[in-house]
Design a protein around this ligand. Structure first.
Ligand SMILES: Nc1ncnc2c1ncn2[C@@H]1O[C@H](COP(=O)(O)OP(=O)(O)OC[C@H]2O[C@@H]([n+]3cccc(C(=O)O)c3)[C@H](O)[C@@H]2O)[C@@H](O)[C@H]1O
Ligand SMILES: Nc1ncnc2c1ncn2[C@@H]1O[C@H](COP(=O)(O)OP(=O)(O)OP(=O)(O)O)[C@@H](O)[C@H]1O
Ligand SMILES: NC(=O)CC[C@H](N)C(=O)O
Length: 542
């Protein structure tokens, strides 16, 4: 049997666009004389459609689009992810269409509610699982979480039923999985490792089709695969881009790829590119604005924006104050030159002076926190003024370490539409900078080598207020990503007072993060919908 994998990038809620895209790939599979073409989970609506799924008119429109697609299906069968109304409510379904008719449906059985997922809010679970017989073959059709039933796995779930096992026992000859599996660093290796293990355990070939694209904070890597019953990888679709491939189930005896593929920092770079591009494009923006301080965060953010949107579509704005060093101004200019993006310089001193004259008895700076922060706020206002007038989206530059510690000014450098590095720890920002410079020096060497500073007062250095980032990032990972208790973090070899201070600062900065723009998720636990913490709360270990 010839099976086509259609790894598409749907736009959430754009039923017209998604249907057009699905029809395009159905035609492509038909032209290749494929027996079957498989699309990702909820391909018609895009994933996650969230509360759009509570809207009756939206579901009515989905039904009409499904009928349109059905009518267009000929001799190439189509398996497509779609929300479907059934006996008990809404189901997350895989629909099989063939020769103009809906032939069979399998609902999703395991509905994830951990991490960023909230599927029980919308869907009922399948009550039965049956192989779908198509062109004489028994297909075991599963939807994403249906195969993630392993307590050792990242999701740590062990469900009472095992759809995969049931389908194999019913004689499934091939397992098909429609997915919308968001990326985080390490996820590809984890996912393909798991697929290999399952295929070998059940001695069954597996075709895994994943969504690709950025949808708000989530980035889907695609990386769809085919694994044979020996557990070897036979086919791998491109990562972070739409792709299409054809496999012959009769020729899967030997794997073509030996490795499951450990990811390197390039994966994070590509993920951020796709996340930035799709967030802007899917929100109707083609251009971005970045405040360039000459520091590492704004440099890496601008480099990502330039690669994602094209150099002509990025404006870097340098906004020096009296505390900005000559070096920083030069670095900001050089970065813009190296990237080939547009560059402007606007001094903020007169505006800063207006504030000090308004508020200070002597009319001169008194150098307190309010004055430090007003510089960041003046810059935020300037960027939003340009955005309003010219139509670019402002990108904020704070990294995960700073967002964790509240080391940023609310309504200042946090003002903007998308936070590109919000889930990238500072140490990883440096690795990204080295990666960006892998062929030639784009980010000036001085930007990478100088000690980080907010330059909001004379001689300010980040490490006056924060522990060294190498230490900080390890403690933050243990606390935020691994959800380790304080005692376990201390047992990793860190000073108890330091761990208490850092974790308390993380907790008390929650109010800032809840007012921050969405951040692109690239670690196993980002701030945002996958980490829901109260703001006004008093739980702290002493
Ligand atoms: N629980 C709560 N819920 C809601 N609002 C709350 C709040 N607690 C304080 N607030 C409000 O927030 C204000 C304090 O926050 P905010 O005004 O941001 O000020 P704050 O956090 O005190 O200071 C900002 C810090 O970030 C550093 N910084 C700034 C800019 C860039 C960088 C960098 O390196 O990237 C670093 C800066 O040096 C300073 O240490 C309070 O005055 C109050 O209005
Ligand atoms: N002089 C400046 N000109 C333009 N933008 C600035 C300037 N100073 C700060 N910003 C903006 O505010 C953000 C926070 O800057 P700040 O220098 O305080 O912290 P940072 O975390 O060290 O960032 P970076 O590494 O980019 O300097 C910067 O990334 C930049 O977007
Ligand atoms: N859409 C889903 O069911 C996703 C859950 C799954 N465990 C994943 O992240 O790949």
């Amino acid at each position: 049997m010839l099976i086509a994998l259609a790894q598409i990038n749907p736009v959430v809620g754009d039923l017209e666009y998604n249907t057009g895209k699905i029809l395009e790939y159905i035609n492509k599979a038909g032209a290749a004389r494929s027996d079957l073409v498989v699309f990702p989970e909820l391909a018609i609506t895009g994933y996650p459609a969230q509360d759009l799924l509570l809207n009756k008119q939206f579901l009515d429109a989905v039904e009409i689009k499904l009928q349109d697609i059905c009518r267009a299906v000929g001799d190439t069968g189509v398996i497509l992810g779609v929300p479907m109304r059934g006996n008990k409510g809404l189901y997350n379904a895989a629909a099989l269409m063939y020769q103009g008719k809906l032939r069979d449906v399998q609902y999703k059985s395991l509905l994830p509610v951990y991490d960023v997922f909230d599927e029980k809010r919308y869907f009922e679970p399948a009550e039965v699982r049956k192989c779908i017989v198509f062109k004489g073959r028994r297909l075991g059709v599963t939807i994403c979480e249906d195969i993630w039933n392993d307590k050792d796995c990242w999701n740590r779930q062990r469900y009472a039923i095992d759809p995969l096992e049931e389908l194999v026992h019913q004689g499934a000859e091939i397992i098909i999985n429609l997915s919308a599996s968001p990326y985080h660093y390490g996820k590809y290796a984890l996912r393909t490792g798991m697929l290999g293990k399952l295929a070998a355990k059940y001695q069954v070939n597996m075709v895994y089709v994943n969504q690709v694209g950025g949808n708000d904070h989530l980035i889907f890597d695609g990386s769809s695969v085919v694994v044979n019953k020996a557990g070897s990888l036979c086919q791998r679709l491109n990562k972070f881009t739409e792709d299409f491939a054809l496999i012959n189930t009769g020729e899967l005896s030997k794997g073509e790829f030996n490795e499951t593929g450990q990811e390197d920092i390039g994966w994070i770079y590509e993920a951020l590119l796709l996340g930035t591009r799709d967030y802007l494009f899917k929100n109707g923006f083609g251009r971005a604005l970045v405040g360039l301080s000459g520091g590492i965060d704004s440099s890496v953010t601008a480099a990502i924006a330039a690669a994602a949107l094209g150099t002509d579509n990025v404006v870097g704005v340098s906004m020096p104050s009296r505390y900005s060093s000559e070096g920083s101004k030069d670095d900001a200019y050089l970065l813009a030159e190296n990237l080939g993006i547009k560059y402007r310089q606007l001094h903020i001193d007169n505006i800063f002076k207006a504030y000090t004259e308004l508020f200070n008895p002597e009319g001169r700076p008194i150098m307190d926190l309010a004055e430090e922060n007003i510089q960041a706020r003046i810059r935020g206002n300037i960027l939003m003024f340009i955005s309003n007038r010219e139509g670019q989206m402002v990108l904020t530059t704070g990294n995960k370490s700073e967002m964790a510690m509240g080391y940023s000014t609310i309504y200042g450098d946090m003002a903007g539409g998308l936070s590109v590095l919000a889930d990238v720890p500072k140490v990883m920002v440096y690795r990204l900078a080295e990666y960006i410079n892998r062929e030639k020096e784009v980010i000036p060497r001085n930007v990478i080598s100088k000690p980080p500073s907010a330059e909001l007062r004379p001689d300010q250095k980040d490490e006056d207020s924060l522990p060294p980032y190498e230490v900080l990032d390890q403690i933050l990972k243990a606390y935020i990503e691994d959800i380790k208790p304080i005692d376990e973090i201390v047992a990793m070899g860190f000073n108890r007072g330091l761990v208490l201070d850092i974790t308390r600062r993380v907790d008390t900065a929650e109010y800032k993060r809840q007012q921050a723009p969405p951040g692109l998720r690239v670690t196993s636990r980002a701030f945002g919908p996958g980490r829901r913490m109260p703001v006004a709360q008093h739980w702290h270990i002493k």
